[in-house]
Design a protein around this ligand. Structure first.
Ligand SMILES: C[S@@+](CC[C@H](N)C(=O)[O-])C[C@H]1O[C@@H](n2cnc3c(N)ncnc32)[C@H](O)[C@@H]1O
Length: 338
């Protein structure tokens, strides 16, 4: 377990990340709070933003909390991210809320927050999976096809192995499987064989751009002129592998969500079908701990997609933790247009 309260002194920057589907997320996580405060008898309740990133959603949640006088000083936010850079930015953005005890920041993986969530009355959790625009813009992360930075792809470079190290060590069959399963890459066999051949003869490219160019060169010419970069699926697959993204989500759903208090709300936003499938299965079972608040996942509307193309693939699932009282008092479905 390596969840640590944040205390370091990296330089701050501003975020370029644009938060997605803010309105339904804020509504979901805040509308039941007055009732939960009354029912629980607790002095202070907590919401968890376990993918704090640039803090866009947290900032909107805070604004909603500040509008309700009965919630003043009675709801705190635990902000978690595995990227220390993101937390350093948040430390500056939310300095006054940190000082007032409204926000606490923690560095670590969301699969490891079970004890933290159990230690307080947590009645809401937001997970906005994947990576932020700040991370893709940062050449050191090696997430962008254009980045001259190292072929790394880890969101927390202090843990695990870089993409390059993995590509140098993995068996051909493992590379093929990762590209096929995590990237749904139809040329997985050909690409895995070419990677193994290249590393034997010349070694792996040092930079993300070098690797993206190498992958592009393996693709049929037609794929090079499409809307998406020909290495998109390969990058997605390797990023999922080196960050253990699906394992992280599985552990969050299985071990952390049950630590939330009865009546707690969850908002879980996925960006590809592998993530959404895990969330859907975990929330679907009506006999289980959570009741979905909408029949189908919410998607960004045309206006949001035109302003923020990254929102095109987002699927948001909202649910409530079962409890006799909360189950009966639920108002109905969340309106995505609020
Ligand atoms: C899409 S961004 C979140 C953006 C944020 N909602 C906002 O409004 O700015 C996802 C963030 O989750 C973090 N993250 C991804 N996987 C994580 C994990 N397993 N544990 C903790 N943080 C994680 C990433 O480092 C990234 O900062």
């Amino acid at each position: 377990m390596s969840i640590t309260p944040l205390a370091s002194s990296l330089k701050s920057e501003t975020t370029v990340h644009v938060p997605i589907m803010v309105a339904p997320i804020v509504q979901c996580l805040t509308e039941a709070l007055p009732a939960l405060l009354l029912q629980s008898g607790e002095q202070k309740l907590w919401l968890v933003d376990c993918t704090l990133g640039g803090g866009g959603h947290t900032s909107a949640i805070l604004a909603a909390l500040h509008q309700k006088t009965e919630l003043q000083g009675r709801v705190g936010i635990l902000g978690i991210d595995q990227d220390e850079r993101a937390l350093e930015r948040a430390k500056v953005r939310f300095s006054s809320e940190i000082e007032s005890g409204e926000i606490e920041l923690f560095h670590g993986r969301f699969s490891e927050i079970e004890d933290l969530v159990r230690s307080r009355p947590c009645v809401g959790l937001l997970a906005d999976f994947g990576f932020s625009s700040d991370q893709i813009e940062n050449p050191e992360r090696g997430l962008s096809f254009r980045a001259d930075g190292p072929l790394d792809m880890r969101l927390d470079p202090t843990r695990g192995q870089s993409a390059r190290t993995w590509l140098l060590k993995a068996r051909e069959s493992e590379i093929e499987q990762v590209l096929r399963e995590f990237g749904e890459e139809r040329f997985s066999k050909r690409i895995a064989a070419a990677i193994v051949d290249r590393r034997r003869k010349e070694g792996m490219p040092e930079t993300a751009k070098g690797f993206a160019d190498f992958i592009s060169g393996l693709m049929p010419a037609a794929t090079r002129y499409g809307r998406i970069h020909p290495a998109t699926r390969v990058f997605q697959a390797i990023r999922i592998q080196v960050n253990d993204e699906l394992g992280e989500i599985e552990r969050l759903l299985k071990e952390v969500l049950p630590q939330l208090r009865p009546g707690a709300r969850v908002a879980l936003m996925s960006f590809h079908s592998l993530e959404d499938r895990l969330v859907k299965i975990a929330l679907k079972d009506r006999e289980g701990l959570f009741v979905p608040l909408t029949k189908k996942p919410i998607e960004a509307d045309d206006l949001e997609v035109s302003r923020n193309p990254r929102s095109r693939s987002a699927k948001l699932r909202l649910a409530e933790r079962r409890s006799d009282e909360a189950g009966k008092s639920r108002d109905g479905e969340i309106d995505p247009d609020v």
